[in-house]
Design a protein around this ligand. Structure first.
Ligand SMILES: Cc1cc2nc3c(=O)[nH]c(=O)nc-3n(C[C@H](O)[C@H](O)[C@H](O)COP(=O)(O)O)c2cc1C
Length: 223
């Protein structure tokens, strides 16, 4: 698959089979991932590859639980539905859409490992650079995985609800943060196009491009 196709066909995959991913494929993906651009050449990142059956199930449970808490927080509670009913509906929904995470053969946890070589006055910028570098590495992984017929989904929000447990499960030192986590496995099917919730609201690229000055949109949102 060429790069354009991998970019076009990559989708957030939340439906997996339990088919294994070989060591050879996994190594190839990790090598490609970690050849991404890295601010100051610092390689201020680390990938935790979770394959141990107990650990990957425990991580899946934390992500599903975090997903449920995310939905409880973000999804509007319907009229006449109590808080407890709303919470249960969100837990059921998380289980329905993320339940196959329990059989995913591999999880990749992308961490920022602060480079520690910036002076105090540049520390904030350095942190942003490290996060961007990690995002590039993860996108490399997502595209290379798509090329191998494997699914991924960038996950940054769900783990925030279970941060202490994720840290403890993976033995992360205090300064290392699990910024982005993805399952890696064979999809039951790659979703076609954008998810239904986004189909009507997703903006065309032309409405996001400003020519020469801010505001000179290539195409207005209405047109
Ligand atoms: C920075 C970032 C954070 C995301 N966090 C989550 C997440 O916590 N859980 C999740 O299921 N999907 C997450 N996603 C996936 C998005 O929901 C998904 O990319 C978006 O709906 C567009 O779908 P597509 O990737 O198939 O184009 C995240 C994506 C990005 C870029």
């Amino acid at each position: 698959m060429n790069v354009n196709d991998a970019i076009r066909k990559r989708r957030a995959v939340r439906n997996y089979t339990d088919a294994p991913v070989s060591d050879e494929v996994l190594d190839r993906l990790l090598r490609l991932s970690l050849s991404a651009p890295t601010g100051s050449g610092a390689q201020a990142w680390g990938m935790v590859v979770v394959r141990d059956p107990d650990k990957r199930l425990a991580l899946a449970e934390l992500i599903i639980s975090g997903g449920a808490q995310y939905f409880i927080t973000l999804r509007p509670r319907k009229d006449g539905v109590s808080e407890e009913e709303h919470a249960q509906q969100c837990r059921d929904y998380a289980d329905k859409i993320l339940g196959s995470y329990r059989r995913v053969p591999v999880w990749i946890v992308g961490t920022v490992v602060p480079r520690g070589n910036y002076p105090e006055s540049m520390k904030d910028g350095g942190r942003d650079d490290d996060l961007m570098s990690l995002a590039f590495a993860m996108e490399n992984l997502f595209l290379a995985a798509r090329g191998e017929g494997l699914g991924t989904v960038p996950t940054t929000a769900f783990q925030r609800f279970e941060m202490d447990a994720v840290r403890s499960l993976l033995g992360l030192p205090e300064e290392v943060t699990p910024e982005i986590i993805s399952p890696l496995g064979h999809p039951e099917a790659f979703p076609e196009g954008k998810p239904p919730a986004l189909k009507n609201t997703f903006r065309s690229w032309k409405t996001l491009v400003h020519d020469d000055s801010w505001g000179a949109l290539r195409e207005s949102a209405e047109g």
